[in-house]
Design a protein around this ligand. Structure first.
Ligand code: MTE
Ligand code: MO
Length: 432
């Protein structure tokens, strides 16, 4: 589980010459890891003449210069990259109260384990680390039998969601607004499992390890191994989940086991979960150190370089909202009332109010806002509007949390890694 800090960061955006050179076309390790069935699953269709495919050939649909392809089990997502797989949901596909698996975004840092390697019958989870009294390995069956089950609806949002709007641009996945979702998760409390294994007094952090493979193909390297302070790990809502919306977690979202820690960056929610370590220090796994998932501790001018010691780990996500209905671009009859709706969420806090504006933020009107079904679930907002005359409008939505913090209308503070963009979401409407 060691990692080499001197290795270059994996490419996270687009299809560049650099990452195509890293694509392991002819490596043995690729052949060993990718069966025909898993390639079909990734393409979303049977490879009809698969038995005639030369060994080692990568289907063009999965190759660098391929046409856009479908991801099995996903519908309507915008695919931002294929290796690693990065896909986000257009806002109108997030209209459901509970996000269905087919619309949940995918953020892989490495290569997902092949479906055949994810046999729930054989899956184990190891709890270890220097602050664990009784290191234990559980089978998935034991986890399910030994500990009480809990089901909670919780927001999962990438800390880089919204990155594409920052100027000057920052490196990393150029998410628009769709690296977020709010499915219903079922699992056991992380606290129950950790307590069963004994948490030493000096415990300060936990860290996770998953079964995915580093983009380089080097099995000694870790893709991502993040964590949270022990206090967060021991919260009621911190879960080790084995089901989503009452079904298996979708393959690319971490089947058969993942962490779900409400209100914090999704990067803390390890997928294909194999191991949790209880640490006597801040976890120092891959993407915990340097400037990964960190913000400057003070506002900085756009484009600034910020010394590493001034970058602090992101904890709670900020207040945010989406307009999920109607779909942007609607032509709406002037005489009719238009119902608008969406969701709002606020990291570890609750959303207190959501307002909408039809006039670029000059005036705002308050919407009806539901309470969250449980802590860390997003909240439905709805309202009805009329347009004064024919023409082009933008609907802007602005949520305010229970601490009085609102979304900015333009952009929040620029930061070197482009995290935590919680600008008001906007959609376009034509009154006709
Ligand atoms: N094992 C593993 N866990 C992971 C990741 C990963 O690449 N590997 N990506 C993290 C990041 S950065 C995010 S945003 C979320 C994305 O979860 P999703 O793909 O289910 O939407 O998973 C997190 N957990
Ligand atoms: Mo992320």
């Amino acid at each position: 589980m060691s990692s080499d800090p001197s290795s270059p960061a994996p490419p996270q955006t687009g299809r560049t010459a650099e990452n195509s050179a890293r694509f392991p076309f002819s490596r043995r390790s690729f052949l060993e890891r990718f069966s025909l069935a898993s390639m079909s699953a990734a393409i979303g269709a049977e490879i009809v003449f698969g038995d005639k495919m030369p060994a080692g050939l990568i289907p063009v649909a999965l190759a660098q210069d391929a046409e856009p392809f479908q991801i099995a089990g996903k519908e309507g997502l915008t695919i931002l990259n294929d290796r690693p797989v990065l896909a986000e949901a257009p806002a109108h596909l997030l209209d459901d109260a509970v996000t269905p698996g087919k619309h949940l975004f995918i953020r892989n840092n490495g290569v997902a384990p092949v479906p055949e390697a994810l046999n729930p019958e054989k899956w184990t989870l190891e709890i270890a680390g220097e602050s664990c009294e009784k290191p234990t390995t559980f089978t998935l069956k034991e986890l399910k039998e030994k500990f009480e089950h809990h089901t909670l609806q919780m927001v999962l949002e990438c800390a880089g969601n919204g990155r594409s709007e920052f100027n000057p641009p920052t490196h990393g996945t150029q998410w628009t607004t769709g690296a977020v979702g709010c499915p219903k998760w079922t699992g056991v409390r992380l606290r129950d499992v950790l307590k069963h294994c004994g948490i030493k007094e000096d415990a300060v952090y936990i860290g996770y390890y998953g079964a995915d493979i580093h983009l380089s193909g080097d099995l000694k390297k870790t893709t991502i191994s993040r964590g949270v302070p022990i206090k967060k790990a021991l919260e009621d809502e911190s879960l080790i989940v084995f089901a989503m919306n009452g079904e298996d977690i979708p393959w690319l979202n971490g089947h058969p086991l993942r962490l779900m820690l409400g209100g914090w960056p999704a990067s803390t929610c390890g997928k294909w979960l194999k191991k949790i370590v209880i640490r006597d220090r801040e976890h120092d796994g891959e993407k915990m150190t340097g400037d990964a998932y960190r913000m400057p501790r003070y506002p900085v001018a756009p484009g600034s370089k910020v010394p590493e010691e001034d970058m602090v780990i992101i904890e709670s996500m900020p207040v945010k909202s989406l307009v999920t209905f109607p779909k942007s671009g609607l032509s709406h009859p002037l005489a009719d009332v238009l119902t608008l709706r969406g969701h709002a969420w606020a990291g570890e806090n609750e959303v207190a109010e959501v307002h909408v504006s039809l006039d670029f933020g000059a005036t705002w009107s308050k919407t009806e806002l539901a309470k969250p079904v449980n802590r860390f679930a997003w909240q439905r907002w709805t309202t009805q509007v009329r347009f004064p005359k024919k023409g082009y409008y933008e609907v802007w939505a602005r949520a305010t949390d229970d601490q009085g913090r609102s979304q900015p209308m333009i952009l929040p503070g620029w930061n070197p890694k482009g995290y935590l963009n919680n600008t008001c979401h906007r959609i376009a409407i034509q009154a006709v």
